[in-house]
Design a protein around this ligand. Structure first.
Ligand code: AMP
Length: 473
């Protein structure tokens, strides 16, 4: 997207009133729980007045980036952390977060999950003001906008966040560390998730509640769309942006469909339950007669269980995932690409051979994964293949951080369901409908962003803005 990088990531904020406590290891474990939200890079920034600001970022998984040594050097009772999502765009250390900028008597460190659609324009303004950019992220744009208001224009942080939010168009969940203060911010449409928990009197902000479970913290609530939280006298203080409550709520439906972990609850909706409901809705829409319901592991397991329970058709594992395969290289030849797929997934031939199978996947985006997957399944010689999909046809790009793909690459933007079925060469193909998906999530349709399936976006999209494709071999 115009040289900017998408940021569909995981963020953490940690506030402890105990000056002598070092909280980096808790942030590390919270980020570990959010690893599914980003595998490209990871980083943590910590602070306390005596020990100053410390931060460390690196490329790769959280366990690759942080060893004991790095964690021990991250001192302080305030911290933020970030895991970054990988896209086909540039992958470099400068783009990793938290992003830190300093000034005479302080600093701003920031972790961002989301995507700012007007960042090119905002970046130009900052360049004209003399700001020099280190990365090509829109997160750096937000950070400098905050610095400009707070430091150049001498505004309080709350005033600065208010000012900046008026100019930002897009999605943003932020954790910000400014000198000794921690702030959590959620955009007024609530596109990206952010919640808060209590850990023995400390406060933790996280993209997903699974991070709280891991460190045994108690979920308090979700940050409200358009809310800024900060901590004075060790209490949660709340400031509502002027735009809060004045724009359409637009929680990202893809968090529920694919992105979030099933053991998280976002905006009061449990992800596992939603995916089970997706399976039940698929049964209502497609009452197929079959021998077994098989999920594409892992994200489709709850939907397959839901279909199986609703239909009485046994649930069975038919594909085994190698859980230790992380990123594989971009494979130049077809043979190598096939090898990569086989390395990740392998069919259980006896569970499939001669059977009428219902195969359930969470989504089809570009269609490349489904083709490779179905080729594998066909080798196991099922009698019939019925492929059901827990997300309606993805016909339009996402501009708010889920690097789906460009319209040209989206299979459902270019072919009808029947044409896709023919290409996949299977007995039947069924997508969940938008209405059924909304029912499965259980939120009013008006509170969701469904831009990738109905092309109705909650903000203006600047002309010529290009969407990015996610990275997958
Ligand atoms: P494809 O149709 O080849 O683009 O692959 C779709 C599959 O990739 C889905 O079944 C998901 O499991 C996964 N997926 C979908 N969207 C994304 C995304 N934005 N980033 C990473 N993986 C995704």
């Amino acid at each position: 997207m115009q040289g900017e990088m998408e940021d569909k990531c995981g963020i953490i904020g940690y506030h402890s009133k105990n000056d002598s406590k070092n909280v980096a290891s808790f942030v590390y474990y919270c980020l570990y729980a959010l690893q599914h939200r980003g595998q490209e890079s990871a980083g943590i920034a910590t602070f306390n007045p005596e020990k100053g600001l410390n931060y460390y970022c690196g490329m790769g998984l959280i366990t690759d980036v942080f060893k004991d040594y790095e964690i021990q050097n991250l001192l302080g009772n305030m911290a933020i952390g970030h895991v970054r999502y990988s896209t086909t765009g540039q992958s470099r250390l400068e783009n990793s977060q938290p992003f830190v900028t300093d000034f005479d008597d302080g600093f701003i460190a920031m972790a961002h999950n989301g995507d700012i659609v007007n960042s090119a324009e905002l970046r130009e303004e900052l360049i004209n003001d003399g700001y020099e950019f280190k990365s090509d992220t829109d997160s750096e744009v937000i950070c400098y906008m905050l610095k400009k208001e707070h430091y150049d224009n001498n505004k309080s942080m709350i005033e600065s966040i208010e000012c900046v939010s008026k100019k930002l168009v897009g999605s943003y969940a932020l954790t910000i560390l400014v000198n000794g203060d921690l702030y959590g911010v959620r955009d007024p449409m609530g596109i990206k998730p952010l919640a808060i928990a209590d850990k023995d009197g400390d406060y933790i902000l996280a993209s997903e509640t699974v991070a709280f479970d891991v460190v045994n913290a108690e979920y308090i609530r979700d940050i409200k769309p358009g809310e800024v939280v900060y901590f004075d006298n060790n209490e949660i203080n709340s400031y509502m942006l002027e735009s809060a409550g004045k724009c359409k709520l637009s929680h990202c439906m893809f968090e529920y469909v694919y992105f979030a972990r099933p053991d998280s609850t976002i905006d009061g909706v449990n992800v596992y339950e939603t995916r089970m409901n997706i399976g039940k809705q698929l049964r209502k829409l497609y009452p197929i007669d079959a021998d077994v319901v098989i999920p594409v592991p892992d994200s489709s397991i709850p939907a397959a269980i839901g279909y199986s329970r609703a239909s009485g058709i046994p649930y069975g594992e038919g594909l085994i995932k190698n859980r230790y395969v992380g990123r594989t290289f971009i494979m130049p030849t077809q043979e190598e690409r096939e090898l990569a797929v086989r390395l990740k997934l392998n069919p259980i031939k006896d569970a499939i051979k001669g059977k009428k199978i219902i195969l359930i996947d969470d989504s089809i985006v570009r269609g490349t994964t489904s083709k490779q997957l179905l080729d594998l399944v066909k080798e196991a010689e099922p009698a019939e293949i019925h492929f059901l999909v827990g997300c309606p046809p993805v016909i339009a790009p996402c501009y708010y951080g889920v690097a789906m793909a460009t319209k040209k690459e989206l299979i459902a933007a270019n072919y009808s369901v029947e044409e896709i079925r023919e290409q996949l060469d299977i007995d039947s193909l069924g997508y969940i409908t938008m209405e059924a998906l909304v029912e499965a999530i259980g939120m009013p349709k008006d509170n969701l962003c469904l831009g990738c399936i109905n092309e109705e976006y909650p903000t203006e999209i600047p002309e010529g803005l290009e969407a990015e494709t996610y990275y997958k071999p």
